[in-house]
Design a protein around this ligand. Structure first.
Ligand code: ISJ
Length: 192
């Protein structure tokens, strides 16, 4: 069922267009795995991982008092050396001591390689938003990438482990559309 909340710009359905982006937006498995399967070379570039203020809607999703700082991990997922996805992950610091303690040692390994390997991790539904310079994540990306298009598609979801939430937001850069299709795409193309 499609839901659009009056004051929440994140929607529960992926857009129909751009058509070539849909398989990426709708990917329910690891985005890392999909990027790897579509590129010759893949790497995670960690931009920063530290305590910093987070947006109120993010704080609410990770059960963080909005006046406190969250642990924020920002990465660029590069395919064949080209930035393809900007990853922005938020957790409440108190959950770093136990549930999400692996984050301290993750480094430039993909978060997805750990999350999707743990059967106890539950992913809540994805939500989507087309962001522009009015959104703080877009403005953050503008400091990292020259010549951004005026709008970018983003998706986010909460990963739960022992009732501790981790909010993962992924913003898709134009280079994703240039990645070659592969044999999986023909079986997984979203109809319509
Ligand atoms: C959740 C995943 O992990 C990816 C890797 C990230 C990281 O290393 O910080 C962040 C966002 C994700 O795109 C995934 O691969 O699906």
């Amino acid at each position: 069922m499609k839901t659009r909340h009056l004051h929440d710009p994140w929607v529960s359905f992926a857009p129909a267009h751009p058509r070539r982006l849909r398989p990426w937006l709708n990917e329910r498995g690891s985005l890392t795995a999909r990027l790897i399967s579509h590129s010759k070379q893949f790497c995670v570039e960690v931009i920063e991982q530290r305590l910093k203020p987070v947006q109120h809607d993010e704080a609410r999703l990770v059960k963080l008092n909005a006046r406190r700082k969250g642990l924020v991990r920002e990465v660029v997922l590069r395919c064949n050396g080209v930035p393809a996805v900007f990853g922005h992950t938020v957790v409440c610091p108190q959950h770093l001591r136990r549930t999400w303690r692996f984050l301290a040692r993750l480094g430039n390994r993909s978060l997805g390689s750990v999350l999707f390997a743990n059967p106890l991790v539950v992913r809540q539904p994805l939500h989507f938003q087309r962001i522009d310079r009015r959104h703080p994540l877009y403005r953050r990306m503008a400091t990292l990438f020259p010549d951004l298009p005026p709008t970018l598609w983003a998706r986010r979801s909460v990963f739960l482990l022992k009732h501790s939430p981790m909010l993962v937001t992924e913003v898709f850069l134009p280079a994703v559309l240039d990645l070659p299709r592969n044999e999986l795409d023909s079986t997984q193309t979203t109809p319509g």
